[in-house]
Design a protein around this ligand. Structure first.
Ligand SMILES: Cc1cc2nc3c(=O)[nH]c(=O)nc-3n(C[C@H](O)[C@H](O)[C@H](O)COP(=O)(O)OP(=O)(O)OC[C@H]3O[C@@H](n4cnc5c(N)ncnc54)[C@H](O)[C@@H]3O)c2cc1C
Length: 394
């Protein structure tokens, strides 16, 4: 049984001593140039028994309940490198969870085991440039049976982490005549399979990234994989995707709460030490104190909502908590944007530089309101639930 208070304390100390001081150096370099340093920290994390704490104990993790993992993930989120160093990074976590729940023995041996150990990386290719990602039943990528193989043809983009990944989980239509939610399947495609082409890394808010933080355009051309690479039943792709997205969304929210916490700490320190005139601190200005109060309100209200959603999931399961998950997805993503904007404002020009993580987060986390369901899509879920519960009451 993990002493969660001690665990959170220990990893916070580790991050403050070993990771925060390196941030200004790492933020100035492409990810692939700092990866060797991160690998050495990953080895240390493994040796201390902190590796992938969300995993069940039987799979090498700490078997944490979601509520406890929320506290761990918040601390990891205080630095852009926390989740990667502790092997808690998207999209690998989602792929690990899918393979743990639905993988065959052979799929686990080939794809899951090296991924869990951190020897490989993976990616998830669902979204297509030609269709609205907000309607994931609308896909053109097809996987056609030929003998004992599937032959895949299609076009994907925003496949996070494809550059350097060993395999992709590809959403592809296996039965175009079926009902929309039964058309597609999830299929494991090694990235070195003939016909799997990483066309380019996309320039997302700046120059394209390489390696784990990359987002790629991918083309599949007559790409052949064994039928045994399908995850779960044929046509179960959307059901499995929904199972994946629930935990994925709350994991993002936990990380964003951590980002807010750090952004506020950085802002408060800057306000305390920065003088606007000799002996006159930024923190003496009421306008700045009020910005901090607004950010603290955003942070603490987000945190409580996330912990409440995690409690609901632990008690009643992902399906029962789907409205709570939709609610936090847009509330926390929007709060995050406001907190980062205020933090940069208080830092002035320094906030625009990659000498604190603020500019990095400002660039990377604008997407929080788009990926894993845009704000509007989640508001539809919450608003309709409000209508359902109100209508019919006396
Ligand atoms: C940084 C990043 C990483 C990503 N990583 C991955 C990945 O690893 N794998 C993957 O498959 N995909 C990934 N995606 C894609 C992501 O899932 C899609 O961008 C998302 O589902 C939205 O789809 P879209 O971009 O096609 O927007 P569209 O569906 O075209 O929607 C555009 C906008 O229209 C509005 N809108 C949409 N639907 C509605 C509605 N019903 N009601 C009202 N308004 C609506 C919203 O404002 C929305 O932002 C990533 C995206 C980003 C930005």
């Amino acid at each position: 049984m993990v002493d969660i208070g001690k665990f959170v304390n220990d990893i916070e100390n580790f991050l403050r001593e070993r990771v925060y001081p390196r941030e200004p150096v790492w933020l100035a370099k492409p990810f692939v140039e700092i990866e060797h340093e991160l690998f050495s920290l990953r080895r240390e994390v493994k040796a201390r028994g902190w590796w992938a704490p969300y995993l069940p104990i039987a799979s090498g993790g700490s078997g944490l309940a979601l509520l406890d993992y929320a506290r761990v993930s918040e601390v990891l989120g205080t630095t852009p490198y926390g989740h990667y160093v502790f092997h808690c990074q998207a999209p690998d976590v989602g792929n690990i969870e899918v393979l743990l729940s639905h993988g065959t023995d052979e799929q686990r041996a080939t794809f899951l085991e090296p991924l869990v150990k951190g020897l490989t990386r993976s990616c998830f290719a669902m979204t297509e440039p030609e269709h609205a990602g907000s309607n994931p039943t609308w896909l053109s990528t097809e996987a056609v049976r030929e003998g004992d193989s599937y032959v895949l043809n299609g076009h994907k983009w925003f496949t996070t982490g494809a550059d350097g990944a060993a395999f992709a989980i590809v959403m592809a239509v296996t039965d175009p005549a079926a009902a929309p939610h039964l058309r597609a399947s999830q299929i494991l495609v090694p990235t070195d399979a003939e016909g799997f082409e990483r066309v380019r890394n996309l320039p997302v808010m700046g120059a394209p990234e390489a390696g784990w933080p990359s987002h790629s355009e991918v083309r599949l051309t007559n790409c052949r994989v064994p039928l045994g690479n399908r995850i779960g039943d044929e046509g179960a792709g959307f059901r499995i995707a929904q199972e994946r997205l629930g935990p994925g969304r709350i994991h993002h929210c936990m990380r964003w709460v951590g980002i807010m916490q750090r952004a506020i700490e950085l802002t408060a320190k800057r306000a305390h030490y920065r003088e606007t005139a000799p002996g006159e601190k930024l923190a003496d200005k009421q306008a700045i104190v009020h910005l901090l109060a607004d950010s603290q309100a955003d942070y603490l209200s987000s945190r409580l909502l996330v912990l409440d959603a995690a409690t609901q999931i632990d008690k009643s399961g992902m399906h029962a908590a789907r409205e709570a998950i939709s609610l936090i997805k847009f509330v926390v993503a929007q709060a995050l944007g406001r907190v980062l904007d205020r933090a940069i404002q208080v830092h002035g020009a320094l906030g625009m530089l990659d000498e604190t993580p603020l500019a990095y987060w400002y660039r990377h986390e604008r997407a929080a309101r788009i990926y894993d369901g845009a704000d509007e899509v989640h508001k539809n879920v919450v608003g309709k639930a409000v209508l359902r519960s109100a209508v019919g009451r006396p």
